[in-house]
Design a protein around this ligand. Structure first.
Ligand code: TRP
Length: 361
């Protein structure tokens, strides 16, 4: 069986370092591993419209931002198919058929939908499109026969729901669709990178992000303002690591060889942590180290992005080509789905013969 990746993001803003460690970095590694037969990276504009119906311009403006961030991180159009969800009408048709396989109460139990409804104060007036987006996400994944979906932890319920739809479809209509596996980051700190204020999640609406396109000076300012241990008042005081954002970021980003470069008094992160807990290590020193670590990771991304920004028509051309290619694959799956559901009447010679026979006596 081919190994196929499908994943993507809603274009509602520039991508930040939470996206990067949670999924983007891994995608690039998987792309370059050569282990996968096909890699589809989707800009989920149609899904973004399910909770931005009144603000379509935001979605429209951010498609290019996400594409630039993708390519700046190393997603390579020669190796991965980058495309825009709304350009694949086959996904709508698949969703429409999958809707018959999912109950309202099952959708209501989807934890991601539940928490998003709460976050957006949607309780009183949930739009149907938003409520059913897990079904459309199942269409995204299955249309490309994805075996592997590298995403953040918050997407786990979506993949679970997709697997249920696949299972139901295959048991009603015969083996047609592929059950996907989720691929989570293996580093705990990357699963849910907190914002610079230490709040649970990095998110644009909370204003606590470091963006991939951020200028070097702004990165430094943000790192220096990061939430640490509020009880760690004097350098001599013992410091706590739990909930200490600076250390969570170091867990997510720092490599052992960076100690030699920037902080040679310590061999590795464990030694640095031990000193912090013991007391005698100030926040500023740790923050300066983190700043160096982040600058090293983000500088090449920012530079590549600036290069790409010089030729925006090329980036749209990449998305156009990718969308054409993706559409062919989705159309093939849709024709298999139609055949399995036996709604391919005009190519079903047996059906036509049987109906003729019925009326021939
Ligand atoms: N739900 C994802 C997000 O919020 C975006 C998305 C849409 C997606 N369809 C997908 C991710 C299919 C993985 C697979 O970022």
């Amino acid at each position: 069986m081919s190994k196929i990746i499908l994943t993507g993001d809603r274009p509602t803003g520039k991508l930040h370092v939470g996206h990067y460690v949670g999924s983007l970095k891994r995608r690039v590694e998987l792309q370059n591993s050569g282990e996968f037969d096909k890699i589809f990276i989707m800009i989920a504009d149609a899904q973004a419209l399910t909770d931005n119906a009144d603000n379509p311009e935001k979605v429209r403006q951010n498609i290019i931002e996400v594409a630039l961030d993708y390519m700046a991180c190393g997603l390579d159009p020669k190796k991965s198919t980058l495309f825009i969800q709304s350009q694949i009408p086959e996904l709508c048709e698949l969703s429409f058929y999958y809707m018959n396989l999912v109950t309202v109460s099952r959708l209501q139990r989807n934890p991601t939908v539940k928490s998003e409804i709460q976050m957006r104060n949607f309780e009183a007036s949930i739009r149907v499109g938003f409520f059913t987006y897990p079904i459309s996400q199942a269409a995204d994944i299955t249309a490309f026969k994805a075996t592997t979906v590298p995403v953040g932890e918050d997407q786990m319920p979506m993949i679970e729901q997709t697997r249920e739809i696949v299972h139901k479809f295959n048991s009603v209509y015969g083996e047609t669709l592929i059950e996907p596996q989720i691929l989570l980051p293996d580093n705990q700190a990357c699963l849910r990178l907190p914002g610079i204020d230490g709040k649970s999640k990095m998110s644009k609406s909370l204003g606590n992000c470091i963006y991939l396109s951020e200028e070097s000076d702004d990165i430094r300012k943000k790192v220096m303002s990061m939430f640490t241990d509020p009880g760690h008042l004097r350098v001599e005081d013992p410091g706590k690591l739990e909930g200490n954002t600076v250390f969570t970021y170091l867990d997510a980003f720092c490599k052992e060889e960076q100690f030699e470069r920037y902080l040679p008094e310590y061999k590795n992160l464990d030694e640095l942590k031990a000193h912090y807990q013991r007391g005698g290590l100030g926040d500023v020193k740790v923050k300066k180290f983190l700043n160096n670590v982040l600058q090293e990771e983000l500088e090449p991304i920012r530079n590549r992005r600036k290069e790409l920004q010089k030729d925006i028509p090329y980036v749209y051309e990449v998305l156009k080509k990718g969308s054409e290619e993706a559409r062919e694959v989705a159309a093939q799956t849709l024709s298999e789905v139609r055949a399995a559901m036996k709604i391919d009447y005009f190519s079903d010679e047996e059906l036509i013969r049987a109906q003729s026979l019925k009326y021939s006596e």
